[in-house]
Design a protein. Structure first.
Length: 246
C-alpha cells in the first residue's frame, strides 16, 4: 500500500523526511486544533488579558470543573489550548519548575524564564523517540518587575516568544489577522480596552455573541499583579459594553 512521499518518515518523532520535516511535530500542531476552541491573549499598557471559550461537552458534567485557565504561581497564569490531558500535564510540570526555582533561589520565577524552561522541555520531546510531543500550546501572562506586563506563548516544537497580542487554536489565523489590524505599535491600551479587544476578537472570529458562561477571562494588572479569573458578572459588563459599541 503506497503512502505517498511521506511513507515511513512519520512513524518516528526523531526521523526527518527528505524534505526536512518532522511529521510527528507537525501532527502535534494539528492536535492543538482538535478541541475546536480558540484562545486569545492581548497585552495592554498596564495589564495582560487572556480569553478562551468554555465548552461543556456533556450535560452531566459540572461546568465549574471545566477550565482552560490555570494559576501556576500567584502572579503567573496561563491559558492552555489543545488536548486537555496533555495541557494538565504541562501545567503540572510548569508548577513544579516554578516551585523548584522558588525553593532554590528564594524568589518567584520570572515569567520569561518559566516560558523558556517549558519550551526547552518541549524541544527535548522532539529529540527522544520514547516521548511524544504534547498536543497543546501554553500562553503565559504575568507582570515582570523589570519589563512590566508580559504575554508569552510556547508550542510543541519548543519555540517560544513574547507578543503584544496572539491567539492559538482552531481559528488562530483569523484571530491573528484581526489582532494585526487592531493592535498598534505602542500597546497603549487601558485595562478595560484590553479586555474588550480580546473578547471582541474571539467573538468576531467565532461569529458568535457569547454569553458570560461561554467564555473565560484571565487577567493580571500592574496595580494587582495576582493572576485572577473574572467572575461572570464582570464578564457581563464587558459583553454589554461591546454590544453597545457595535
Amino acid at each position: 500500500m503506497s503512502r505517498g512521499s511521506s511513507a515511513g518518515f512519520d512513524r518516528l518523532i526523531t526521523i526527518f523526511s527528505p524534505e526536512g520535516r518532522l511529521y510527528q511535530v507537525e501532527y502535534a500542531f494539528k492536535a492543538i486544533n482538535q478541541g475546536g476552541f480558540t484562545s486569545v491573549g492581548v497585552r495592554g499598557k498596564d495589564s495582560v488579558v487572556v480569553v478562551t471559550q468554555r465548552k461543556v461537552p456533556d450535560k452531566l458534567l459540572d461546568p465549574a470543573t471545566m477550565t482552560h485557565l490555570f494559576k501556576i504561581t500567584s502572579n503567573i497564569g496561563c491559558v492552555m489550548t489543545g488536548m486537555s490531558p496533555d495541557s494538565k500535564s504541562q501545567v503540572q510540570r510548569a508548577r513544579y519548575e516554578a516551585s523548584n526555582w522558588k525553593y532554590k533561589y528564594g524568589y518567584e520565577i520570572p515569567i520569561d524564564v518559566l516560558c523558556r524552561r517549558i519550551a526547552d522541555i518541549n524541544q527535548i520531546y522532539t529529540q527522544n523517540a520514547e516521548m511524544r510531543p504534547l498536543g497543546c500550546s501554553m500562553m503565559l501572562i504575568g507582570i515582570d518587575h523589570e519589563n512590566g506586563p508580559q504575554l508569552l506563548k510556547t508550542d510543541p516544537a519548543g519555540y517560544y516568544s513574547g507578543y503584544k497580542a496572539i491567539s492559538a487554536g482552531a481559528k488562530q489565523l483569523e484571530a491573528n489577522n484581526f489582532l494585526e489590524k487592531k493592535v498598534k505599535k505602542d500597546c497603549n491600551l487601558t485595562f478595560v480596552e484590553t479586555v474588550d479587544l480580546a473578547i471582541s476578537c474571539l467573538s468576531t472570529v467565532m461569529s458568535a455573541d457569547f454569553k458570560s458562561t461561554e467564555i473565560e477571562v484571565g487577567v493580571v494588572t500592574v496595580d494587582n499583579p495576582e493572576f485572577r479569573v473574572l467572575a461572570e458578572s464582570d464578564i457581563d459588563v464587558h459583553l454589554t459594553r461591546i454590544a453597545e459599541k457595535d
